[in-house]
Design a protein around this ligand. Structure first.
Ligand code: HEM
Length: 435
């Protein structure tokens, strides 16, 4: 259902292990491997600063601002597209499709009756019980639009000569240069070898196909995960003012009051690092990860697992393991400051669980490691984040509900954001002139 009928079979997360998935992985590694991330630092900084500025103008829309930040960062990294401040058409379509994907198409583990009885695929559209075929037709068209729309934008900017460096434009232009150089080497300029020309054309088409689907997959996978992590960070800060105070004291000591934190401060801010680890652990954004299909019969802890079984790596249970994380339900960044040996330090690092496992482990983990860190430290440096109050000054306890099938994204809740001081406000304003 998910792959064929809804048109998602070429999205990275649904591509079975093989040639195509290896090509996609290579592209993602080129774009998002640890060596590429520093290239994105200026962009991450400018997106983070605009997020804080928007928040200070109208904090009642903080969730919309968070969505704009999460989508904007990936749209820019992938396609070189800078979304409008509000109601951007690409972001609106992305939100609709990511919601469709998480809550309708793959809701409930992504297993539909037609996956168990494939003959249902051939049900006539008028037959009772064929409702899923009607839905699939509409969803497939939407998903195709979602893949094509930002990519078509990118192609139009390349054609117009206005493309800015991005994952897609860089790889397409590199490939174009290689093709031209190869052609130039071949020549005997008067004759074009048709076999070679056909081969080049095929390679270019394949690259384009891979790029289009890979960029879209990264874009889809980054939106709700980033939003989930950010919303939980805000929730944790609202509920633990002593953590905020301790973090702000560390930032004030290391960064001072006259500028905003930068990546070069990171090594000197161990408590912020601990908050980041604890946020990922306490509120794993994808608690059951994505299902993996077993490729061979296997035996695990004496249990036989037949080939074809779907396995969920329950990282939620792992990050609630009391042997590694005492009082695991509580938000305690200090647990990551305790001196431990190397093996224990590795075992307690939530990044080993929350980003999944093995060959399909999250390829966006290095990007989020930088972007989320800067977002958290900048929010702490500039803002007070407290529970909202009603018209009579009574504190509104946040009501936290979850209604998403894949991501542990909380429903909207209020938070009172205020600038920490006049000085901070003026430092934040200065980022506008340097943007
Ligand atoms: C806090 C943020 C994030 C978390 C917790 C997270 C977590 C995960 C998890 C658990 C998986 C499944 C891995 C598995 O199958 O074992 C995954 C897959 C994936 N993630 Fe992330 N992710 C995050 C952010 C991102 C970002 C920012 C991007 C892209 C820019 C991204 C791109 C992907 C892609 C493309 C896949 C599919 C990989 C495949 O099937 O081969 N993720 N992520």
């Amino acid at each position: 259902m998910v792959c064929d009928l809804c048109g998602c079979k070429n999205m990275v997360a649904f591509t079975p292990y093989g040639d195509q998935s290896r090509r996609q992985r290579r592209l993602m590694h080129r774009a998002l491997g640890p060596q590429s991330i520093p290239n994105y630092h200026p962009l991450i900084e400018s997106e983070t600063h605009s997020f804080i500025r928007r928040l200070l103008v109208d904090s009642s829309k903080w969730i919309a601002h968070t969505r704009r930040y999460a989508g904007g960062l990936t749209l820019y990294v992938m396609y070189g597209y800078e979304p409008a401040q509000m109601n951007d058409p690409h972001l609106t379509l992305a939100e609709e499709c990511v919601d469709l994907l998480a809550n309708k198409i793959t809701g409930g583990g992504g297993l539909w009756p037609v996956d168990i009885i494939p003959a249902l695929k051939r049900l006539p559209l008028w037959a009772p019980g064929s409702g899923f075929l009607h839905k699939a037709k509409v969803w497939k068209a939407k998903m195709e639009e979602f893949v094509d729309q930002p990519y078509d934008y990118l192609k139009s900017t390349i054609k117009a000569g206005t493309a800015v460096p991005s994952f897609c434009s860089t790889l397409l232009m590199e490939e174009e240069r290689e093709r031209e150089a190869e052609k130039a080497m071949d020549i005997d300029a008067t004759k074009v070898d048709p076999a070679k020309e056909a081969e080049r054309k095929k390679a270019a088409e394949l690259l384009e196909f891979d790029l289009k689907w890979t960029a879209n997959s990264m874009y889809s996978a980054s939106m709700d995960t980033t939003i989930t992590a950010t919303m939980h960070f805000v929730l944790a800060m609202m509920q633990h003012p002593h953590v905020v105070a301790k973090a702000q004291a560390e930032i004030d000591r290391v960064v001072g009051h006259g500028r905003l934190p930068t990546f070069s401060d990171r090594k000197d801010l161990p408590y912020i690092e601990a908050i980041m680890s604890e946020t990922l652990r306490w509120a794993s954004p994808v608690p059951l990860g994505l299902p993996h299909r077993v490729m061979e019969d296997d035996v695990y802890n004496g249990m036989f697992i037949p080939k074809g079984t779907l396995i969920f790596g329950n990282n939620w249970a792992m990050t609630r393991d009391e042997r590694i994380y005492p009082n695991a339900a509580d938000f305690i960044p200090e647990r990551f400051l305790e001196e431990v040996d190397e093996a224990t330090s590795k075992r307690r690092d939530p990044r080993n669980y929350v980003f999944g496992f093995g060959r399909r482990k999250c390829p966006g983990s290095h990007l989020i490691e930088s972007s989320l860190w800067l977002l958290m430290v900048t929010m702490l440096a500039t803002l007070e984040m407290e529970k909202a109050t009603d018209d009579f000054g009574k504190v509104i306890e946040p009501k936290v509900d979850f209604n998403n099938s894949v991501f542990r994204i909380p429903d909207a809740f209020d938070c009172d954001f205020r600038p920490r001081s006049e000085q901070v406000l003026s430092v934040v304003r200065q980022t506008e002139s340097s943007a």
